[in-house]
Write a protein that binds this ligand. Sequence first.
Ligand code: ADP
Ligand code: ADP
Length: 232
Amino acid sequence: MIEVRDLRVRYGTRTVAHVPELDVGAGECVAVVGESGSGKSTTLMALLGLTEGAEVSGHVRVCGVDVLTAPERRLREIRGARVALVMQSPQAALSPTTRLGVLMRRALDLHGVDAGERAMAEAVEAVLLDPAILRRYPHEVSGGQAQRFAIALALALGAEAVLADEPTSALDVTVQAEVVGVLRRLREERGLALLLVSHDLALVSTIADRVLVMKDGEVVESGAAARVLAEP
Ligand code: ADP
Ligand code: ADP
């Protein structure tokens, strides 16, 4: 689902992210970990062609689209619909005066997805939320609920891959566990490919199959999660 070879992202003369190899298949979860500023977010955004102002080279294939060479029209197909981007504070990105149900309906229309009320409710139930949440406004839901709504939106759109950037860092511990539980179930039951960027090793150890460790823009370690995370 995600295939990266020798990805290099430069701002001016500085390489901020260099990833020799990264693969995430259907139903797999790969985590990118490392200190703040090590190039994790840049790597994730490069997968959607969203590193504005950067010079990007290498080979990036996401859901069959060659990201570095594809026309803008094809990139728009993967952004938002086939690949879901789950960020730290999804509430900030939602229009405060729009009910969640209206928001979901607009997103579905925008991407030409023909889904009825029933399908919308099912997507919401799949992330363990009450469909009544579709009648609420963004400020009326908690951070964890907003996070799960973002994932439900991805499901309704038929996303094949989820890119999550510190998806739980704004949440308290019990809510974090709920969001992670939902992500884990979805990758098992629906075969979603999951790429997770996080500095939270405890979280990563509960969900990732493989881990890439980044430092100063370079991958300094990679392999099976159990092995990489066990090292000092
Ligand atoms: P992380 O996600 O690991 O915290 P980032 O990928 O956000 O790291 O950032 C990696 C480095 O790239 C940082 O030093 C950051 O300052 C730099 N960087 C990110 N975006 C830009 C940009 N638009 N212009 C210049 N430098 C950038
Ligand atoms: P994080 O570390 O949480 O990923 P950052 O604070 O590094 O976030 O980046 C926030 C935003 O600022 C991003 O959109 C990134 O592209 C941009 N940015 C980061 N560093 C720089 C920089 N040196 N020059 C310009 N933009 C930057």
